[in-house]
Ligand binder design. Structure first.
Ligand SMILES: [Zn+2]
Length: 142
């Protein structure tokens, strides 16, 4: 009885990892990536699948697909613009809250970035640099 447990657990883990790689391979195939690129993304995706789903896949999308995805995500968040954010205090939309740094990292827009409903300032946190700009932070999982 006990001799079947470890091989069964091993098969489950291998199946799970193969499923991750398979989904990435399938999506990369649909996007027309070359076989070597597909293999690379699938192998890396076993360990860090978010790198493909939030970087490689987005880069492989056509501009129309990227615009469609951005519109769907903005709508799912209930925002009117992609650079807006919900106020953490009152949930009102704060327009023009985000911008990108020179190297493409998201950061709080130059201030004041203020909630129009409750005046909470999104740009007034302790993680700011000496010149007043928010420190860019990497997106989780990338
Ligand atoms: Zn607010």
């Amino acid at each position: 009885m006990a001799s079947f447990i470890w091989p069964a657990i091993g098969l489950l883990v291998v199946g799970f990892l193969a499923g991750r790689a398979g989904r990435i391979w399938s999506d990369a195939t649909q996007r027309g990536l070359a076989p070597a690129q597909r293999l690379g993304w699938a192998l890396r995706g076993v360990v860090r699948p978010a790198r493909y789903w939030w970087a490689g896949r987005l880069a492989a999308m056509s501009p129309e697909e990227q615009a469609d995805l951005l519109a769907r995500e903005v709508a799912a968040l209930g925002l009117s613009r992609a650079d807006g954010q919900r106020c953490p205090l009152c949930r009102a939309e704060v327009p023009h809250a985000w911008t990108l740094t020179g190297d493409g990292q998201p950061t709080v827009a130059p201030g004041p970035v203020q909630c129009p409903a409750c005046d909470f300032r999104l740009d007034a946190d302790r993680r700011r640099t000496a010149d007043g700009r928010a420190r860019p932070r990497a997106m989780p999982g990338l």
